[in-house]
Design a protein around this ligand. Structure first.
Ligand code: ZN
Length: 196
């Protein structure tokens, strides 16, 4: 997917996760939820930094598209912010919220890319198992615009206080299924000339 699609896809997953956690009785402050949904959506394209690093020999959909990259961002962020708060410096963001936000941004990026043609190998080099569902190309306009609009809508819903509504979650599930189905149809209609 492209950055607009990643933004919306990640916002959608974040919204549903916040709802599910609250539903399971986990207490999430409004502020932490806001950081989680906005932060992960805006950072969702971090793994595609490898496209700019291709010139220096970094392979696209390589290391930055693995769970190790998610850990590489999340663990040091937690350790540093936790250290600062223990030193009494009180960073404005909670260590757990920041590390979960970073991890989710990378993991949902990998999940979204797995819908395309080019394989992602989330556990490489430990395991070469790869996923490519081959539903549509990463440039699919319907998938990118559809997820962007839905994610933006759910962020607005969060900020308007619609965080505990099962209807918003149902709408997200139905919306995601529709977008993926229509994008797959569009891809078939356009033919598979350029596979990415
Ligand atoms: Zn990617």
């Amino acid at each position: 997917m492209e950055s607009s699609g990643h933004f919306g896809f990640t916002a959608t997953i974040s919204y549903v996760l916040i709802w599910a956690a609250r539903h399971a009785g986990i207490r999430i402050e409004w502020w932490d939820g806001a950081i989680f949904i906005l932060g992960s959506a805006f950072l969702a394209s971090i793994p595609d930094i490898d496209i700019r690093l291709r010139r220096v020999g970094v392979r696209h959909r390589g290391f930055t598209h693995t769970v190790w990259f998610a850990l590489l961002l999340a663990v040091p962020a937690y350790v540093i912010l936790d250290y600062l708060s223990k030193e009494g410096l009180q960073p404005p963001l909670s260590p757990l919220t920041v590390s979960l936000t970073l991890a989710l941004a990378v993991l949902t990026h990998i999940a979204a890319d797995s819908l395309n043609y080019q394989r992602v190998r989330p556990l490489a080099p430990l395991s070469s198992a790869g996923i490519a569902l081959r539903l549509f190309r990463s440039s699919n306009a319907l998938a990118n615009a559809g997820f962007f609009l839905m994610g933006a809508g759910l962020i607005a819903a969060y900020f308007y206080g619609v965080t505990d509504s099962v209807r918003a979650v149902q709408a997200a599930a139905i919306g995601s299924s529709l977008i993926i189905a229509l994008a797959t149809l569009l891809d078939r209609a356009q033919g598979r000339g350029r596979r990415r």
